[in-house]
Design a protein around this ligand. Structure first.
Ligand SMILES: NC(=O)c1ccc[n+]([C@@H]2O[C@H](COP(=O)([O-])OP(=O)(O)OC[C@H]3O[C@@H](n4cnc5c(N)ncnc54)[C@H](O)[C@@H]3O)[C@@H](O)[C@H]2O)c1
Length: 137
């Protein structure tokens, strides 16, 4: 895999599949694992994108030392919780919009990223070029 950023996609519903599609086209990053609580969705995603490692609990992904970054495509109420835990596990993070359900939680994410010296980005794909930047890593 060389210099490619090793990513895990957390939540492989409608938009997690978009993340996997983007990562499959990326020259500088690759999806190496997924975390999905619905077994049927996990099976579909791992088979379709040939992802070798599939976990039902996202915390298992965060324990994997070889994973550099995670993308978060779980329901909105879980964004802040998963993002903060991922940053504390020293992963870079791409969060689906909305970043969080409150400004307070969004600030907690930013503060944790600064403290852990990790990059956090939000997929506001209709408002910025963040998604394109992610793809060009
Ligand atoms: N950027 C965009 O244009 C855009 C478009 C659509 C959706 N979204 C965002 O993407 C996120 C996901 O939306 P969706 O439409 O894909 O929803 P979805 O319900 O299709 O997918 C969410 C997935 O997360 C899984 N999940 C739930 N809890 C989990 C957990 N604890 N651990 C692992 N997996 C878990 C569910 O089983 C499901 O498969 C939302 O935050 C939504 O706002 C962004």
């Amino acid at each position: 895999m060389g210099e490619r950023l090793r990513c895990a996609v957390i939540g492989t519903g409608a938009f997690g599949l978009e993340h996997l599609t983007s990562l499959s086209q990326c020259h500088r990053a690759a999806a190496v694992a997924i975390a999905e609580s619905n077994p049927a969705r996990a099976k579909e995603a791992s088979e379709r994108f040939k992802i070798p490692r599939s976990y039902s609990d996202y915390r298992e992904v965060l324990e994997q030392a070889d994973i550099d970054a995670v993308t978060i495509a779980v329901p909105n109420h879980l964004h802040a919780q998963v993002a903060i835990e991922a940053l504390k596990a020293r992963k870079h993070v791409l969060i689906e919009k909305p970043m969080a359900l409150s400004a307070k939680d969004a600030s907690r994410i930013i503060d944790t990223a600064a403290k852990m010296r990790r990059t956090v980005m939000v997929d506001q794909n209709y408002r910025s070029t963040v998604t394109r930047k992610w793809r060009n890593w």
